[in-house]
Ligand binder design. Structure first.
Ligand SMILES: [Zn+2]
Length: 490
């Protein structure tokens, strides 16, 4: 190459702010600490980072102490670097049976006791439709069992069923009912899947008194119970539910913040988040490995946020940075849901959430952004990753419903533009399934050069958004556009 041209090229590159930002990240990023974090979080010592196992403490203490060392600050109202969550683990009953007229429903087969106390006896049933506020009005439920359909007329997603169930148990409790039975009749959510998932100890947030209310699902795919109740051929139920145990567990989100430099923009926060929990110990694989280490899901994301903290504490952007490592994502997005309902920073000051979650990767030349195409933050994300030789691509497997299956959705529903910055995958194929929720999801079989590139490009994407004079919004017509307008009042 011509020397003069080379000089010109260098001058051009140095004058390019994006390039110099990239260089600054390259310089500041400590590969060794990042890889140490990665290896530790995915080590056998942490036993798969299950929020109901004692080893979870090692994970959250490690993350918190690294955030502190990095210089990230405690959020007022938090418990140091933690947001405490009162979890409650509810185990299935040893005996669970309900007789409705001639039909007997059995625990694990066509009956699931989800929460509450053991209960036995014969009780009157009261149909409360979908169990909405208005459905309970004017009904005498004292000492009776409220019976509703699961979900709501326009809400049948798996997360909706649980969220609405919580609201209904609270209403049933208030109205003096002694139990809530929901008729499960949603064809899009296979009963068998639900039953396999829920016929074991399940974790939820302790709802205080209403957690004591016996809460049951019965299988009613053909709406047989529904119509039998409508024509009053069923009005009573015989319950025999015994041997239920409930246990309180301390849950912890790890949270911190970094103050922005701009006197105005620092009142706005870019939330960088990832769940740090995984699925714990389970069925062993062919090699006899039973620890689900979750390197891809989601130690790699936790490390990204921790290293973003290290970088931004020394190089704060104009907007403030909110750092959030969620617990119990794998138990139903519980940690992020708790923060969304009990935010330590007002949600209308959180202008963007760059979340991370992962199943795995099958293309190290791309970054898969779940939610690309849905917010005006796309440009900044695409620019950032291409600076690291990567290409941002949208969700290649919309049939998986990934957007609505991770923590970002709890904030999207509130109106916050919230894509998930994932490892590169072109399809949810065998290569992904090989590691996704498998004991073999190890650091040892992870392409570490790619990991480092992924972490750095995440930091640059966050930096561009946090410095941008305009703030990203939902694209017109998006499902969450209205929620965004409601939240930010524009
Ligand atoms: Zn995950």
């Amino acid at each position: 190459m011509n020397k003069k041209l080379l000089g010109f090229g260098l001058a051009f590159l140095l004058a390019n702010p994006l390039f110099s930002q990239k260089v600054a990240i390259e310089k500041a990023f400590n590969n060794q600490s990042a890889l140490e974090d990665f290896r530790y979080l995915a080590s056998d010592e942490l036993m798969g980072r299950d929020p109901v196992r004692p080893e979870i403490e090692l994970a959250y203490n490690y993350i918190a102490s690294e955030l502190k060392k990095a210089g990230a600050k405690m959020i007022p109202g938090a418990d140091g670097y933690f947001q405490n969550i009162p979890f409650r683990m509810s185990s299935p009953p040893s005996t669970g049976q309900i007789k409705l007229d001639k039909n007997t429903f059995e625990q694990g087969k066509d009956l699931l006791v989800l929460d509450g106390k053991s209960i036995s006896g014969s009780y009157e049933l009261v149909d409360v439709g979908f169990g909405l506020e208005e459905d309970f009005q004017g009904k005498d439920l004292k000492g009776k069992i409220a019976v509703s359909n699961v979900g709501a007329p326009d809400r049948f997603g798996p997360a909706d069923l649980f969220a609405l169930g919580r609201e209904k148990t609270a209403r049933a409790q208030e109205s003096g009912a002694i139990a809530l039975i929901e008729r499960f009749n949603v064809p899009s959510v296979p009963w068998q899947l639900v039953s396999n998932f829920l016929n074991r100890p399940t974790l939820g947030v302790d709802q205080g008194e209403s957690s004591e209310l016996t809460y049951i699902w019965i299988k009613d795919m053909d709406n047989g119970v529904r119509s039998a109740m409508a024509d009053q051929s069923i009005s009573k139920a015989d319950l025999m539910i015994s041997g239920k145990t409930n246990k309180n567990i301390d849950g912890k989100n790890v949270v911190a913040w970094i103050e922005g430099t701009d006197p105005q923009l620092k009142n706005e926060y870019v939330m960088l988040s990832a769940h740090y929990d995984h699925v714990g110990v389970g069925r062993p694989d062919a090699e006899g490995d039973s620890i689900y280490n979750g390197a891809r899901d989601n130690a790699v994301g936790t490390v990204a946020v921790m290293n973003a903290a290290r970088f931004f504490a020394k190089n704060p952007p104009k907007r403030s940075i909110l750092l959030a490592l969620w617990t119990a994502e794998e138990k139903g997005l519980l940690g992020s849901a708790y923060f969304a309902e009990n935010p330590l920073i007002p949600l209308n000051q959180v202008i963007f959430n760059l979340n991370i979650d992962n199943g795995g990767y099958n293309d190290t030349s791309v970054i898969t952004v779940i939610g690309l195409g849905r917010t005006t933050g796309d440009d900044q994300i695409s620019k950032a990753v291409s600076e690291f030789g990567l290409k941002a691509i949208p969700d290649p497997a919309p049939e998986q419903g990934l957007y609505d299956r991770s923590d970002n959705v709890n904030f999207a529903r509130k109106g916050i533009p919230a894509p998930t910055f994932s490892l590169g995958f072109q399809a949810f194929d065998d290569e992904i399934q090989k590691y996704y929720h498998k004991p073999g999801d190890h650091v040892e079989n992870f392409d570490l050069d790619y990991a480092i590139n992924y972490w750095k490009s995440y930091i640059l994407a966050a930096q561009l958004i946090a410095n941008d004079s305009s703030k990203p919004v939902w694209v017109a017509g998006d499902k969450y556009e209205k929620a965004g307008k409601d939240l930010y009042g524009n």
